[in-house]
Design a protein around this ligand. Structure first.
Ligand code: ADP
Ligand code: MG
Length: 453
């Protein structure tokens, strides 16, 4: 099939335009073109990851349908980030238009090495250490430096999205960068099982055995999936013994400690328990904030401390969700060419988080009064003493920003004040937050108290 790509895409766009709002069309489809076509797959050049994700998630159906209507042989569409933006064109106007971070990471995702399955972005350097994971980190680091002899196996467990895959792969990447001749291999236990089952079905069990025995370091992720898989467990048992006897390192991750995985044979369980077992917990507030700050720094993107603090307060259980929220905010900033407001941020991450406990106006007043060490009652009185005015303004700000409460209602609840007073208070705090880092810290801490677990 020989196609004029320019014409093909042009025709497709005419059709797509009918299905997409003007604003969206302009945003997502400009600077796109077809770069090639192979075996029925059309490769679409897009300017960056945001566009890529957006097209793939929201418009893929339209795109493929439009192309297929023109050429039924087309089977699929792949999105490629093109680096060929014409210089001078499409001037970047602000920091928000520079999605280097996500782009860079997404590019790297593509480069997962087929030889060892390691994702190059999982490094010790990019792993933030805090009280919640310092033990696991220390153990992983120690194992990386003293393979096979120190803790064998190393067994890291903890809830989902808490960094187990990142940390165990960091060991592998560390060894790779060291440049020795250790052969590292990362495999999920499910993959391992599939490999095994296939090998048996194809009468190639020996090839399977040989393949795994040639590695020096084996990282097996999510070993809990081997529950009830007796044959695969048996295979792993023998493999483990082979590694152990040869001082070769095995690293396991799991969502629970060995003794809590049901359907595991006793002898394998005792192997899993035979080395070092460490857990990763849920990150505390400071660690969550540190992780966000690290990602912002790494990506060289602009997100205010207020927003970072807000996300760190709201998303408490899962670092993957923390990253997801940050990405959607960066994306939103990029799209709107300004930072989203807290209300918008709230909306953005609404679907990601568990519903929070209900917080009433009274709760906010109590927490703020306590924080600034004043009588709650004074907040409702007419007094204009400095030590009361500021806390009152902070309450008004929070009620408006985080709860979208109407100005008149806030005024009414805080001692029958006029709505213009509330507007003024809101704007004042909002403005001060741009320059006053002490105030940023205070608001952060108040939010932590309000939304704490
Ligand atoms: P798990 O395997 O425990 O489900 P992952 O290792 O996949 O979790 O981590 C989820 C995401 O959070 C990954 O993108 C990872 O890079 C990131 N992450 C987890 N822990 C940390 C950390 N301590 N510092 C920085 N990023 C982290
Ligand atoms: Mg994992």
């Amino acid at each position: 099939m020989i196609l004029d790509y320019k014409k093909l895409w042009g025709d497709a766009l005419v059709d797509i335009e009918l299905n997409v709002s003007k604003a969206n069309f302009g945003t997502w489809f400009k600077n796109t073109n077809i770069s090639k076509q192979e075996l029925g797959i059309v490769y679409l050049n897009v300017p960056n990851t945001f566009v890529k994700e957006w097209l793939a998630n929201k418009y893929h159906k339209f795109i493929i349908k439009s192309l297929r209507d023109l050429h039924p042989e087309i089977r699929g569409v792949e999105y490629l980030i093109s680096r060929t933006d014409e210089p001078g064109k499409e001037k970047r106007e602000s920091g928000f238009e520079k999605p280097a971070y996500t782009e860079q990471l997404a590019m790297q995702e593509l480069y997962i090495n087929k030889e060892d399955n390691l994702n190059p972005r999982y490094l010790f350097e990019s792993f933030v250490v805090g009280p919640f994971n310092e033990l696991a980190h220390a153990a992983a680091h120690a194992v990386a430096r003293k393979l096979g002899s120190l803790y064998n196996p190393l067994y890291i467990y903890g809830g989902t999205g808490l960094g187990k895959t990142h940390l165990t792969q960091a060991i592998g990447n560390y060894l790779k960068h060291l440049g020795g001749n250790k052969k590292v291999y990362y495999v999920t236990s499910e993959r391992f099982m599939i490999d095994y089952v296939n090998s048996v079905q194809n009468n190639r069990a020996n090839v399977f055995k040989e393949k795994y025995r040639k590695y020096d370091v084996l990282i097996m992720d999510d070993v809990q999936f081997l529950s009830e898989k007796e044959k695969t467990q048996e295979e792993l048992f023998h493999l483990f013994n082979n590694f152990y006897d040869n001082n070769k390192q095995i690293i396991f991750s799991s969502d629970k400690p060995p003794k809590h995985i049901s359907g595991i044979e006793e002898r394998l369980r005792s192997r899993l328990e035979g080395g070092m077992i460490v857990d990763v917990n849920k990150p505390d507030y400071e660690s969550r904030l540190a992780i966000l700050q690290a990602k912002v720094k790494l990506g060289n993107v602009a997100v205010s401390d207020e927003i970072l603090g807000y996300i760190a307060n709201i998303i408490q259980d899962n670092i993957r969700e923390l990253e997801g929220a940050l990405n959607s905010i960066v994306c939103q900033s990029y799209l709107k060419k300004r930072e989203p407001t807290i209300a918008e941020v709230k909306q953005l991450i609404k679907n990601n988080i568990k519903p929070k406990k209900m917080v009433s106006i009274k709760d906010v007043a109590v927490v703020v009064a306590e924080f600034y060490n004043i009588e709650e009652q004074m907040l409702y009185e007419k007094t204009r003493k400095k030590e009361v005015v500021k806390p009152r303004q902070v309450i008004m700000y929070l009620l408006r920003e985080d709860f979208n409460t109407s100005y008149p209602y806030i005024g009414q609840k805080l001692g029958g004040r006029d709505h213009t007073t509330v507007i003024h208070a809101y704007e004042k705090i909002k403005n001060d937050l741009k320059t006053n880092t002490l105030l940023v810290r205070e608001v952060e801490q108040i939010r932590a108290l309000l939304y704490r677990e």
